[in-house]
Design a protein around this ligand. Structure first.
Ligand code: GAR
Length: 208
């Protein structure tokens, strides 16, 4: 069993895709041992509760400074003893100590085809606003390993999604989620749990 901690901030639809995939057997040998949210009001926390998963909130507001928050977050992750940490819409700068402690064991889902529309300031709806402003015909989603940069780690999986005339940031976001994010994030977990994923020379590799 791949013990997994999922970190969330908002709606939790990617978390739901993981819960559903585990329930339906399309994600095999994965157990979500804890959900961590930085936002007490996140719908994602309710989703975890509904699925009977241990859920905790670690909010920067509850700590005197960033370093105390970073230590608390690391502690809450370590307590759960995960093999893998999944950032599923976790809109927090990941503490360097967490990245070092879980090198090549943290993955993130990003709602564009990296290296387009990624890095500092590109998150959530802003990514889709930028894609529409640039007029791209194809966008998508990326699952990548997390290193100390922002959206710079080894790419594990990507899926393209067509942009349609008349798309708004909201319609595009929804289609990227449905056609790409909720598809590739579960696939990545299944592959990692099957031991088929390695990282070498800064690149992710998937064994046949
Ligand atoms: C998702 O679209 C995810 O790709 C994005 O936030 C959304 C969270 O939705 N993540 C980022 O932008 C990270 N840079 P969800 O809470 O419903 O899964």
């Amino acid at each position: 069993m791949l013990k997994t901690v999922v970190c969330v901030s908002g709606g939790g639809t990617n978390l739901q895709a993981l819960i559903d995939g585990i329930g339906q057997g399309t994600i095999r040998n994965v157990q979500i041992v804890r959900v961590i949210s930085n936002n007490r009001n996140a719908r994602a926390l309710e989703r975890a509760g509904e699925a009977g998963i241990d859920a905790v909130c670690v909010s920067p507001r509850d700590y005197g400074d960033r370093e105390q928050f970073n230590e608390a977050l690391l502690h809450r992750v370590e307590e759960a003893g995960p093999d893998l940490v999944v950032l599923a819409g976790f809109l927090v700068v990941i503490p360097p100590q967490l990245i070092r402690r879980y090198e090549n064991r943290i993955i993130n889902i990003h709602p564009s085809l990296i290296p387009s529309f990624c890095g500092k300031g590109y998150y959530g709806l802003k990514v889709h606003e930028a894609a529409l402003a640039r007029g791209v015909r194809v966008t998508g989603a990326t699952v990548h390993f997390v290193d100390e940069g922002t959206d710079t780690g080894p790419i594990l999986m990507q899926k393209a999604v067509a942009v349609r005339d008349g798309d708004t940031p909201e319609t595009l976001q929804r289609r990227v989620m449905e056609e790409a994010e909720w598809v590739i994030l579960p696939q990545c977990l299944d592959l990692i749990a099957a031991g088929r994923v390695t990282v070498a020379d800064g690149k992710a590799h998937i064994a046949e």
